[in-house]
Design a protein around this ligand. Structure first.
Ligand code: SF4
Length: 295
C-alpha cells in the first residue's frame, strides 16, 4: 500500500482533463518545508512506509531543486520514495536517485499521437516524443522502478492498453535491471472537465487488468482510489498488487488545508484501516514496506 502527497498544484501545461490545468482559475499552492513535514507526519501516523510525492508540472518554482529538497526532508522517515512529477532530464534523475529516490511514475496519457495533441495543446507536455522517451531517460539513469500507463478514456482503451504493453516489453528488454509498474487510471470528473471519448466499463477494466497479469506475472499492477469501493474490493484477487488508500489529491489535503481544490474526485474514501481490513478479509497479507501485498 502507498499514499500520495501532493506538494504543489502549480502547472505550466494545458491538459483538457485535469483540474490543475494552467487555464483553470484556481488558487495555486506550493507546500513549504513545514507544510511538507505536516503532511508526511499524517501519512506516517497511518503506518505507511512508502510515500509518493506528486506535483503539477512547473519547471521553475517546483523544479529539480525543490524536489531534491523535498526528498531530503522526507527520506529519513520512509523506506521508499517515489515521485510523479514533470519529466526530467537524465542528469536530474541521477541527482534524485543519488538522494534515495526509488521509483518514478510517468504516464503517457494516450499513445495515440493525434489524440495526444488534442488534449495537450500548450506547455512542454505538448511534446509527445519528449514524454514518451522519459522512461528511457529513467532507465539510463538507473532508477529502481518505472511506472507507466495511459489515462483510460482519452482514446479506445484497447489501443492504449496494447501500446502500454508494447512500451513495457520494450523497456524490459532495454533496461532489464529496472522493475516496472502499470497503473490503470480511468478518466474521473473534475470541475469543468471533459467526457471520455470511449467509455470503459468495469468489465472492460477487469479484462485489461487480467490481460496484463497474463502477459507478465511479475509486473506490479496498481489501482488507485479513483475506482470505487465495490470495484476495488473485487479486483484485489484478480492480479492487482498495489493500492492507495485515503488519498487526497490537493496540496496540503491531509493536514494543512483539507478543503482546497482536488485534481480529480476520488471514488473510494475509506480510511487506511478500512482498506487494510478489507485486504485481510480477502486473505491477503498487507505489506507496507515493499508496497505490495500477496496471498
Ligand atoms: S495532468 Fe499534470 S501536466 Fe496536465 S494539467 Fe494536470 S498536473 Fe498539469
Amino acid at each position: 500500500m502507498y499514499s500520495p502527497v501532493y506538494l504543489s498544484n502549480e502547472c505550466q501545461n494545458v491538459c483538457t482533463y485535469c483540474g490543475f490545468s494552467m487555464k483553470n482559475k484556481i488558487r495555486r499552492r506550493i507546500l513549504s518545508d513545514d507544510e511538507i513535514m505536516k503532511e508526511v507526519e499524517f501519512i506516517k501516523s497511518k503506518g505507511y512506509d512508502h510515500l509518493l510525492l506528486v506535483t503539477g508540472e512547473s519547471y521553475g518554482r517546483v523544479g529539480v531543486d525543490y524536489l531534491e529538497n523535498a526528498i531530503k526532508l522526507v527520506k529519513p522517515y520512509f523506506s521508499n520514495i517515489s515521485i510523479e512529477v514533470q519529466p526530467l532530464q537524465q542528469n536530474e534523475y541521477e541527482r534524485l536517485i543519488e538522494l534515495g529516490l526509488y521509483a518514478v511514475l510517468v504516464y503517457q496519457e494516450t499513445y495515440h499521437r493525434q489524440e495526444y495533441k488534442k488534449h495537450h495543446p500548450k506547455g512542454r507536455k505538448a511534446n509527445f516524443d519528449y514524454r514518451v522517451e522519459t522512461p528511457d531517460r529513467l532507465g539510463r539513469a538507473g532508477i529502481h522502478k518505472i511506472g507507466i500507463g495511459a489515462l483510460l478514456g482519452l482514446e479506445d482503451w484497447r489501443a492504449d492498453g496494447f501500446y502500454t504493453a508494447l512500451h513495457l516489453r520494450y523497456l524490459q528488454k532495454h533496461y532489464w535491471k529496472t522493475k516496472y509498474s502499470i497503473s490503470f487510471p480511468r478518466l474521473r470528473p473534475f470541475s469543468g472537465g471533459i467526457e471520455p471519448k470511449v467509455e470503459m466499463t468495469d468489465r472492460d477494466l477487469v479484462q485489461l487488468i487480467c490481460a496484463f497479469r497474463l502477459l507478465d506475472e511479475d509486473v506490479e499492477l496498481s489501482i488507485s482510489t479513483r475506482e470505487n469501493q465495490i470495484f476495488r474490493d473485487n479486483i484485489v484477487n484478480l492480479g492487482v498488487t498495489s493500492m492507495s488508500a485515503e488519498s487526497k489529491t490537493n496540496p496540503g489535503g491531509y493536514a494543512v488545508e483539507p478543503e482546497s481544490l482536488e485534481q480529480f474526485e476520488i471514488s473510494d474514501d475509506r480510511t487506511t484501516e478500512e482498506i487494510t481490513g478489507m485486504l485481510q478479509n480477502n486473505g491477503l497479507e498487507v505489506v507496507w514496506k515493499d508496497w505490495e501485498y500477496f496471498a
